[in-house]
Design a protein around this ligand. Structure first.
Ligand code: FAD
Length: 314
């Protein structure tokens, strides 16, 4: 069986949940081979093996010193050398760029914002606010597929053991043109990471001020991450790393709660594949209700605290 390369997302050696999802999807296609860039593989090895990585290619930390290009060179080189059947990455902004560059190097094609992939590498995409499902396939070369976090249910593999192999990477001069000068760790709160959270509670302009406690309290009662619309971020009410949408993060949680968000197409682009959507909006005509599974027409400052209180009682 051909190898399926999976670019590992990790923080300080801790494998992110999305990688376990990608490994699960990769097993449908062929033999999962994880591609680890940087230090800390000792801490991640067990998780990779648990989810079926038969191999782990470890590339030097230097690859992380430059912006995206060396990772594309690394993936393209491995795909060619190993005759890979596909390359899977998580659909983050950075990885989508890596995916595109890798596909160009391989003369193949890239499929982004994928919500499912089958054994033939036919991918599923949710478009037009979740109203339409499309399927796509790369017809030439090694498909490069960017899968949205929380789209695939991670399943442990039986009896897998990952064999490690160091890979040397010659970073080209072209790839060295954009260098990372500084990395600033984002403040780690008690809440789950937005793109990985099973539940997201987002606030929009309807919140009315930079006092986001009404959103945060509901999020905390549910063990959820907090998100925000761009209107909120542009107003300076909440930091931009929490923005959901076309120019923000893409989330696909089991439950997405939209408080005071109108449901503009650019916001939908970042949350339309959520499994269940609950909207609270005082305007019954708000477009978010077209997408919502459950809707409450009302003032979020009344509805959300009541919800929080009820949930906290349980
Ligand atoms: P509004 O559209 O103003 O909606 C506020 C809603 O709150 C209304 O529906 C109102 O009825 C309701 N409301 C008001 N008060 C209450 C209350 N007390 N209780 C309950 N409901 C109440 N937007 C994003 O979110 N993410 C993006 O990534 C993004 N990218 C963009 C990229 C481009 C190129 C462009 C042009 C736009 C982008 N936008 C993005 C902006 C987008 O078009 C909308 O302007 C934005 O999503 C609106 O945010 P909102 O729903 O919070 O505000």
């Amino acid at each position: 069986m051909a190898e399926v390369l999976v670019l590992v997302d990790h923080v300080d050696g801790q494998v992110k949940k999305v990688t376990t999802e990608l490994l699960t999807a990769a097993r449908r296609i062929g033999e999962p081979a994880a591609v680890w860039v940087g230090d800390g593989v000792e801490s991640g090895r067990a998780a990779l093996a648990e989810f079926g990585a038969e191999k782990v290619y470890v590339a030097p930390a230097e690859v992380n010193d430059y912006v995206v290009a060396p990772k594309a060179e690394l993936l393209a080189k491995l795909a060619q050398e190993k005759g890979a059947a596909a390359i899977l990455v998580s659909a983050t902004a950075e990885n989508k760029e890596i995916a595109g560059r890798t596909a160009v190097k391989l003369g193949s094609g890239v499929l982004t914002d994928v919500v499912d992939v089958n054994a033939e590498v036919v991918t599923e995409h949710s478009v037009f606010g979740g109203a339409t499902v499309t399927h796509a396939r790369v017809t030439t070369g090694v498909p490069v597929v960017a899968v949205r976090p929380n789209s695939v249910v991670p399943e442990a593999a039986v009896g897998a053991a990952a064999a490690e192999e160091a890979v040397a990477v010659e970073i080209s001069d072209a790839a060295k043109t954009a260098r990372v000068v500084e990395r600033v760790a984002q403040e780690k709160g008690a809440r789950p990471e937005l793109t990985e959270a099973a539940i997201v509670v987002s606030g929009g302009r309807g919140v009315g001020s930079d006092d986001f406690s009404v959103v945060e309290n509901l999020a905390d009662s549910l063990g959820a991450a907090v998100g925000a619309s761009r209107a909120v971020v542009d107003s300076g009410w909440y930091p931009n790393q929490f923005q959901v949408g076309q120019t923000g993060k893409t989330v696909s949680p089991n439950l997405y709660v939209a408080l005071g968000i109108s449901g503009a197409i650019q916001h939908r682009a970042g949350m339309q594949t959520s499994k269940n959507i609950v909207a609270v909006n005082k305007d019954p005509e708000a477009p978010i209700f077209e997408l919502a599974d459950f809707g409450v027409v009302g003032d979020l400052h009344t509805v959300a605290p009541q919800l929080t209180e009820e949930i906290n009682k349980r």
